[in-house]
Design a protein around this ligand. Sequence first.
Ligand code: C2O
Length: 564
Amino acid sequence: MAGLSLFSSPISCSVFFFVFLGLAFSPAEAAIKRYQFDIQMANVSRLCHAKPIVTVNGRFPGPTIYAREGDRVQINVTNHVPYNFSIHWHGLKQYRNGWADGPAYITQCPIKTGSSYTYDFNVTGQRGTLWWHAHILWLRATVYGAIVIMPKPGTPFPFPQPTREFEIILGEWWNNDVESIEKQGNQMGLPPNMSDAHTINGKPGPLFPCSEKHTFAMEVEQGKTYLLRIINAALNDELFFGIAGHNMTVVEVDAVYTKPFTTQAILIAPGQTTNVLVKANQVRGRYFMSTRAFMDAPIPVDNKTATAILQYKGVPNTVLPLLPKLPASNDTAFALSYNKKLRSLNSAQYPANVPLNVDRNLFYTIGLGKNSCPTCVNGTRLLASLNNISFVMPKTALLQAHYFNLKGVFRTDFPDRPPTTFNFTGAPLTANLGTSAGTRVSKIAFNSTVELVLQDTNLLTVESHPFHLHGYNFFVVGTGIGNFDPEKDPAKYNLVDPMERNTVGVPTGGWTAIRFRADNPGVWFMHCHLELHTGWGLKTAFVVEDGPGQDQSVLPPPKDLPQC
Ligand code: C2O
């Protein structure tokens, strides 16, 4: 329990925060928000299953981190479980401060059993909903929570002020120990068992056995407007979410304001967040909120629906709730048109600073494949690659190797384009294109502008892949189905108000082009946020060099940084 005495408990900390929420304090009074996270086993029974799971402070989902733009946040993580551990603050930019980013073996060595590490970072130039999750093995299946960043004091939301806010965290639940499931899959060379349920705030809802008590309900009052902070914390499933009888107005994704638009359902990929406004303007009653997977490739998926309840004040629990209509689980057209509606607000106060000239053009193909594996059931092991390279996790954290100039940990020769060009999205290719394994990353000059086209391929199968870049937001300047055409497609880019975000879906059998300015020095992980694919090697990192200025280089590491 080292460090506990130094930190107030998370509960009193949130209370402290709420007390001050209503007061206007000047930016000079930006505060330090401190949390203690004890990683511990806890019994959280769901679906008639009562094995202990890995949690933060015994809670599932874990505690919400509340901060204001401009705050400094210190979270002391103490590991009491028999696994190595690390936590990632997904979407926090961590300027010059990769030490607090969290992905194990990328920016830090794991926190060993019995040890502690304090993640210490500033929240600068960001406000909205982000989230945190374990970033090692499959432990994020049960170790996740919300991050709520309020705008600076006196700065209102650029949309109608809601009466109240609710956090809605979507997840996936396994009726078994997740680590043994993952291990079993790896030994067989096959995808592990799919999840047994989806969850809303850790609860599958009354459509599941032993679940009546495990239903999240939110109470609303007629005529009032509510802000829902929706997070997809699922390991492998892109999800639809909707509320029976109620429209939602999307106002923010990944902690970036959007041009508001109204929709009956949202689509949200693992890693993404979406804020919506909901007006309680229907007949007073009980309405289901529900979530279900989107999958438009021939791949089996957990097709079970999780539900929660939106309940008008004063309506008795005996009134049966109505179910929302969600798009069909393979509704590609909905997915494409939904994503097309996402635009940055791009106001004077919140401009979209899209890089207009590109210093570095990158083109990465996404491939699934098989390698031989004599000990696996089919004699093969599934793997995944970027530009035919399946990433191998190092034994020392890349950021430490970069900062201390340790040789032999990684190579900086990750290719800017794939070794061979072929009809990427044509007929399914079963042949192995000669995938190689390696800890290879790309070196990026400080402050250069980068365009990265992520191209799905039909190696084994096409599939939609949500890609997440650490340390940055990027602009989604273009997307399309089929093969990217470098002659014609850039002319159709949106360089005015493209969505700025940290995780983007590359459509099934298509491509997505993103742009960012490499102004954050350090080592930044980039990977598919489907844990299954990350584990198979669908990941790499960018080493962004230090700039010339005094405040343009990686900060020195904290004293308690874990060692490998
Ligand atoms: Cu939310 Cu590297 O992940």
